[in-house]
Design a protein around this ligand. Structure first.
Ligand SMILES: NC(=O)c1ccc[n+]([C@@H]2O[C@H](COP(=O)([O-])OP(=O)(O)OC[C@H]3O[C@@H](n4cnc5c(N)ncnc54)[C@H](OP(=O)(O)O)[C@@H]3O)[C@@H](O)[C@H]2O)c1
Length: 581
């Protein structure tokens, strides 16, 4: 039996085995298995995963993870559903998921035990995007942190002494974690978010809120725990940023240094940090994550087939999946009473979602924007202005426009620089206007720091070092900002032993989007681009950010390989030496 709406053809946004995105039209309706419903989709929720497929190696499938819709055709047994029921759910899509499960298509197949009838207290729009985030939060708290699902909403004091930190609490997952934490009776719920979200999060259950952009947030959080005489026993990185100075996992971990046995969870794969558990309880299929370490998405196309990958296998866990599902049903029952997403995750597309979604993805692909977070945000909320990420994975669009319209915006007044850096500077065309602050940093570097970095016994004179640096400094804007950042960092390391320099970081913030652009251009493999990556590695080494070092190092290795190996670089001996170093 089918609903009254005449079946039409199916339309689906798809990713091919060659990582190409397209909208597939005039498709036949999916064929559900004997225990599946055929559903006509009304709304589908957008998740960051929607445009991470390429990097995660999820290919040859139809896109989308959660939905609400109308039951169009029933299985041949009493499933508890009727044709015309308005239902929501999620499907076993993603890795190896058959195309029939993609939720952004007009019709999909959904196993009967992965859909539920939408109760009157749950608006259909919210229902379309409740599953992924809520089940992930449940997986984190119940399966990975070990809290008792029976304690949800009960008066049990079992979780009372625990204290939980949720870094990125206004993400959909973070938001659900806060609310589950409160429902479990956890007394101290520490959360980071933009200040504009603090009141909302406190309303939902956060007991202490911090701005993730505040450089003292970690110290303040530790102080709150010390003053309150509690340990952070569980720390969740719910945002999953990587990169130069906003690596949410690193920050999350730093909050727990006073309690090293804290359970650490990250919502994204952390291949270089085994301390973190990752939620991904799948019901009955083994998931083999193949994470590409890529300089840019374009490079995937250039280097198809031989890009380095990191593998992580997650075995199916039926029990864990059942616990997630039960927690979801609990949330759905109490929606509006205890749980609500407010504006969070209302990233819904109206009917015929596939076309809208595709347009957003296509636009970002064209712009070389691989950062999934902006996809929904363009529609309903502010973008992740604060996210600054490593250039190989994600593009920090917002930060660039927010901080660095032009270099003079951040100029501070300095005493007149001492000795000049010589005639070479005067005769070079700079890609940006060199401000007093930068000139001071460059001068200081050549006048005192370089002398300590290149001691005479190494056989490199200051003049030779200067020529080496000047050759790369003014090649382009990215190189300029990146190398001024390195000079500034080195100055501060040698001057005050301080490796975290806000001035250097502001140059890095400006260089990252430019680096991304270069990596997406024909210049991707030039000497200058390789020099930029070397500079990034040096800076991360100074900051001791191992994960970033590894990512840049992998990027560097690929670049050298794609250039044909080290021998092909020998024309530029300084560069070759630096790579070998
Ligand atoms: N493992 C899994 O099964 C699984 C499932 C779902 C999601 N995920 C992953 O979990 C992450 C969150 O997904 P989501 O859908 O919940 O995210 P989302 O709703 O798209 O997150 C958007 C929010 O991120 C916050 N944010 C941006 N940059 C931040 C930073 N540097 N620090 C802290 N918060 C920041 C912003 O909060 P403000 O408004 O406060 O600025 C923004 O509102 C993603 O990386 C996603 O891929 C994993």
């Amino acid at each position: 039996m089918t609903d009254a709406t005449p079946p039409s053809e199916n339309t689906a946004p798809a990713i091919s085995s060659n990582h190409e995105l397209s909208v597939q039209r005039n498709l036949a309706l999916p064929t559900p298995a004997h225990d599946e419903l055929l559903i006509r989709v009304i709304y589908s929720g957008i998740n960051p995963a929607d445009i991470k497929h390429k990097a995660l190696g999820i290919v040859d499938t139809h896109l989308g993870y959660d939905f609400c819709g109308v039951v169009h055709r029933l299985p041949p047994f009493d499933s508890g559903f009727a044709v015309g029921d308005v239902v929501a759910g999620t499907t076993p899509t993603g890795y190896g998921g058959p195309k029939k499960y993609g939720t952004h298509q007009d019709y999909l197949a959904c196993p009967v035990d992965m859909a539920f009838k939408i109760p009157p207290n749950l608006p259909v729009l919210d229902a379309a995007c409740i599953c992924v985030t809520t089940m992930t939060a449940a997986d984190i708290l119940v399966d990975l942190c070990g809290f008792e699902p029976d304690d949800l909403g009960s008066t049990s004091d079992r979780a009372g002494r625990s204290a939980i930190l949720i870094w990125g609490a206004s993400t959909g997952v973070g938001n659900a974690c806060v609310q589950f934490a409160r429902a479990l009776g956890i007394k101290n719920i520490l959360a980071t978010a933009s200040p504009a979200r603090h009141a909302l999060l406190q309303d939902l259950g956060a007991t202490h809120v911090f701005d993730y952009n505040d450089s003292s947030a970690v110290a303040r959080m530790r102080e709150v725990a010390r003053n309150g005489s509690f340990n952070i026993t569980h720390a969740i990185d719910a945002v999953g940023t990587t990169g130069m100075f906003s690596n949410s996992a690193t920050l999350t971990k730093e909050c727990c240094v006073d309690h090293p046995s804290a359970v650490l969870v990250s919502t994204v794969v952390r291949p270089f940090d085994k301390g973190f558990k990752m939620p991904l309880a799948t019901k009955n299929k083994r998931v083999d994550i193949r994470l590409l370490i890529i300089p840019s998405l374009k490079a995937v196309d250039i280097a198809k087939g031989y890009l380095p990958t990191i593998r992580q296998t997650i075995e199916p866990d039926h029990e864990a999946h059942n616990r997630m599902w039960s927690a979801l049903l609990w949330a759905e029952d109490h929606y509006g009473e205890r749980l609500s997403y407010h504006e969070c995750k209302r990233l819904i597309l109206a009917s015929r979602p596939s076309v809208c979604l595709w347009k957003s993805i296509a636009l970002q692909e064209e712009q070389g924007d691989s950062e999934s977070k902006n996809l929904g945000r363009k529609i309903t909320r502010r973008s992740r202005l604060a996210v600054t990420m490593g250039p190989y994975e994600k593009k920090p669009t917002g930060r660039d426009s927010c901080i660095s319209k032009k270099e003079s915006d951040i100029v501070e007044v300095y005493a007149t620089p001492g000795r000049g850096i010589g005639h070479a500077l005067g005769s070079l065309v700079s890609p940006v206007e060199v401000t007093a602050e930068s000139a001071y940093a460059i001068n200081q570097f050549f006048n005192s720091t370089a002398e300590r970095m290149y001691p005479v016994h190494l056989g490199i004179t200051i003049e030779a070092a200067k020529i080496m640096w000047l050759q790369v400094l003014f090649v382009n804007e990215a190189s300029y900002h990146c190398h001024v950042a390195l000079m500034q960092t080195c100055n501060e390391v040698y001057d005050s032993n301080d490796s975290v320099s806000p001035r250097a970081l502001s140059h890095i913030a400006r260089s990252l989007p430019r680096v991304q652009r270069i990596l997406n251009s024909d210049e991707a493999l030039s000497d200058a681009s390789i020099a930029i990556v070397l500079s990034l590695i040096s800076q991360e080494m100074i900051r001791k950010c191992n994960e970033e070092i590894e990512i840049h190092f992998q990027g560097l290795t690929r670049m050298v390989d794609l250039r044909g190996g080290l021998p092909k670089l020998e024309d530029n001996r300084a560069l070759t030496l630096k790579i070998c170093k």
